[in-house]
Design a protein around this ligand. Structure first.
Ligand code: KIV
Ligand code: ZN
Length: 388
């Protein structure tokens, strides 16, 4: 399939990501992350929730001042004081955006807002108009959209677009939807909301059922053009859709999706390390794309294949995310080809006969130790050196 459709990446590491317990960042750390996001060429940086605290306000303002290419957004509830504060912070940006939201599901309207559909609709329209008085770029999110009445969603989106919203966002706030259901929801919005062509359709998925990335990609296939996500998938509860997984999914399956992003994928690994460092949130070893084991191969069969041709067991290269090379991890499942290869890298050229001897010792050691490091190999070779 031809790659024709551009997908925008909206990063909310500094807002929704920061909302994950224990992940708050100080100003210097936020600025560092913002610069890395800019370097990675994300389209939109949600820098924070300006009204949340003086610190958050300041961070949004300082990020707005230093970011030159990406749009800088601040979140705001659909309340006048939030909208005003958001603009006070983002007004320094080259491309400012106010992102306002209100809940649209029966459950949220009844228990949290204590409002009717008509009241919520009127409030959303009024606040989009207020934001529009400040800047042209206004995003409206229907919080808990995936559990909202579809007919009401169509109505509210139609009304906010008429009021000037440039982006309408369809959050799966509680990570409740599934790929096929979310696909149908986005298709329905595309087909039933009047003047939908005037606005960008955005999606924002949480990972409570482990489907945030799958849901996001299904929505993109249905016509969403802005995908909201965070580095390493950090965020409220089980987190948000992970930027690196979405982007590499789109890139690796161009044949399937026919889409592309602006992202410089060579900056992904650096962004992941930086986010982990500043939030203190470790990346699980088997995490897709950026986990320590994502490009590591231990079994002998896989290692043999990799040494013959990397495409046997790798669907993307480590270099494509900014890692220097894949890792053949030596352990009890490894074969003699991988051992020979690593010994060569360490400067040991040995005969087949000697290799077999070292390999026997290696397997005995590997039964005791989970991973064999270079220093272990060197010790093994040194032990046998007189025989070489
Ligand atoms: O999850 C959510 O609904 C949100 C909105 C505020 C966009 O984070
Ligand atoms: Zn969210």
């Amino acid at each position: 399939m031809e790659t024709t459709r551009q997908i925008k990446i909206f990063d909310t590491t500094l807002r929704d990501g920061e909302q994950s317990p224990g992940c708050s960042m100080n100003l210097g750390e936020k600025l560092e992350v913002a610069m890395q996001l800019e370097k990675m060429k994300v389209d939109v940086i949600e820098a924070g929730f300006a009204i949340a605290s003086p610190g958050d306000f300041n961070a949004v303002k300082e990020i707005a001042k230093i970011v030159k290419n990406a749009t800088v957004a601040s979140l705001a509830r659909a309340l006048p004081k939030d909208i005003d504060r958001a603009y006070e912070a983002v007004k320094y940006a080259e491309n400012p955006r106010i992102h306002t939201f209100i809940a649209t599901s029966d459950i949220h309207m009844k228990y949290k807002l204590k409002s009717t559909e008509e009241e919520v609709l009127a409030q959303a329209v009024a606040m989009v108009k207020r934001a529009k008085g400040y800047c042209n770029d206004v995003e409206f999110s229907a919080e808990d959209a995936s559990r909202s009445r579809t007919e009401f969603l169509y109505r509210i989106f139609e009304a906010v677009i008429k009021a000037g919203a440039t982006v309408i966002n369809v959050p799966d706030t509680v990570g409740y939807t599934t790929p096929d259901e979310y696909y149908r929801l986005i298709k329905g919005i595309k087909e039933n909301v009047a003047n939908i062509h005037r606005a960008e359709i955005s999606v924002h998925c949480h990972n409570d059922l482990g489907m945030a990335v799958a849901n996001t990609l299904a929505a993109a296939a249905a016509g969403a053009t802005q995908l909201e996500c965070t580095i390493n998938g950090i965020g409220e509860r089980a987190g948000n859709a992970a930027l690196e997984e979405i982007v590499m999914g789109i890139n690796t399956r161009k044949d399937l999706y026919g889409m592309y992003t602006n992202i410089d994928t060579g900056q992904i690994y650096a962004a992941s390390r930086l986010t982990s460092k500043v939030t203190g949130m470790k990346v699980q070893h088997n995490k897709a794309i950026v986990g320590e084991n994502a490009f590591a191969h231990e079994s002998g069969i896989h290692q043999h294949g990799m040494l013959a041709n990397k495409s046997t067991y790798e669907i993307m290269t480590p270099e494509s995310i900014g890692l220097s090379k894949n890792q053949l991890v030596l352990g009890k499942h490894s074969g003699s080809h991988a051992l020979e290869d690593r010994l060569k890298e360490l400067g040991y050229e040995i005969s087949k006969e000697k290799l077999n001897e070292v390999f026997k010792e290696f397997k005995i050691l590997a039964d005791r130790k989970k991973v064999i490091y270079d220093r272990d190999l060197e010790a093994l070779v040194q032990d046998q050196k007189q025989n070489f």
